[in-house]
Design a protein around this ligand. Structure first.
Ligand code: SF4
Length: 315
């Protein structure tokens, strides 16, 4: 029996994500409603620059869509709050996170945020039950903050940084800080030194370094060279570069890390190359080529069954 794919307004995917596995997206914000107007934003210019928190979309409708989608017990690793605006601006985000964790504790919840509102105690409190918060911090000096992030006029960088420190003290799950680097703007030694000091204060579980991957809002924003990113990663220590520099001829056009996606897909149950190809929307040949690499690296194994060859995790 086939079921028509439902149209949802606030949830999207699930999509295979490089870091989160199969991830269902939740977008609580109207297009480009944000506290910042970052020059590198891939969603375009911010049209509603605001710090006013409110129910931009009805909280009960979002919960209704989640209830409907999750009723079929889908294979997901994460439910991720992201989209084309700042999700912590939605005052109902805490109720939605609590709803998911109470009724569907088998799913992890991730919040992708620009981190500007954690100076507000109520925002920190609302997200305590999330499994992962990934917050941005691209600058620690006012001038650079204004050049890169073009914040709402009432935002204060010192408050924002202190808010991230407080979040770390109160939030017991995984906190990731992402720093986006732009050549000639925030890659000079003095800015890097300030960023490192602030990261030392925040003590996140992980630091991720990013750079322009596709056209941003402003055409003058350049992509940081790989060698420069490596230099910064080694200076900051324990930082991971997440900008995907091309290294493999087999990489697909969407920049998906196919090997990671294969491992995430078969983590829940063994799959054939065809199963995985359908799930990831890529060719069977592509799956087989990457699966061979994973087999050679002893990450997965083949298992012959009447329906064909299944891949499963190496144990
Ligand atoms: S915080 Fe995120 S959504 Fe807002 S402008 Fe910056 S990159 Fe775009």
């Amino acid at each position: 029996m086939t079921q028509d794919k439902k149209e949802y307004k606030y949830i999207f995917g699930p999509v295979p994500s490089r870091r989160l596995g199969m991830s269902l997206g939740v977008d609580l914000m109207p297009h480009k409603t944000c506290t910042l107007d970052c020059v590198y934003c891939e969603s375009g210019k911010t049209t509603n620059l605001t710090v006013e928190r409110k129910a931009f979309v009805p909280t009960d409708e979002v919960i209704g869509e989640l209830t409907d989608f999750l009723s079929s017990d889908p294979a997901l690793d994460y439910i991720t709050f992201s989209g084309s605006g700042e999700p912590t601006l939605h005052e109902g985000i805490g109720d939605i996170v609590d709803f998911i964790k109470k009724n569907y504790p088998q799913y992890n919840v991730a919040i992708l945020t620009n981190g500007t509102l954690f100076y507000l105690p109520e925002v920190r409190k609302q997200l305590l039950k999330a499994d992962l918060i990934k917050a941005s911090m691209d600058a620690v000096s006012d001038e650079t903050f204004v050049r890169i992030n073009r914040p709402h006029r009432t935002l204060n960088l010192e408050d924002i940084c202190n808010g991230l420190v407080k979040l770390r003290q109160e939030f017991k799950n995984s906190l990731v800080i992402e720093v986006f680097f732009i050549p000639k703007i925030n890659m000079a030694d003095d800015e890097l030194k300030k960023i490192k000091l602030m990261l030392d204060r925040i003590q996140p579980d992980q630091v991720q370094l990013n750079a322009l991957d596709r056209p941003g809002t402003e055409s003058w924003v350049d992509t940081a060279e790989e060698v420069e990113m490596k230099r910064i990663a080694s200076y900051l220590g324990k930082a991971e570069i997440i900008k995907h520099y091309k290294t493999s001829a087999m990489e697909n056009s969407a920049g998906m890390d196919v090997e990671h996606a294969i491992v995430s897909t078969i983590k829940r149950r063994p799959c054939t190359a065809r199963d995985i190809a359908q799930s990831l929307g890529i060719s069977e040949e592509n799956v087989k080529a990457h699966a061979d690499i994973l087999i050679n690296n002893s990450r997965i194994v083949e298992h012959k069954m009447p329906r064909g060859v299944f891949y499963k995790l190496y144990e």
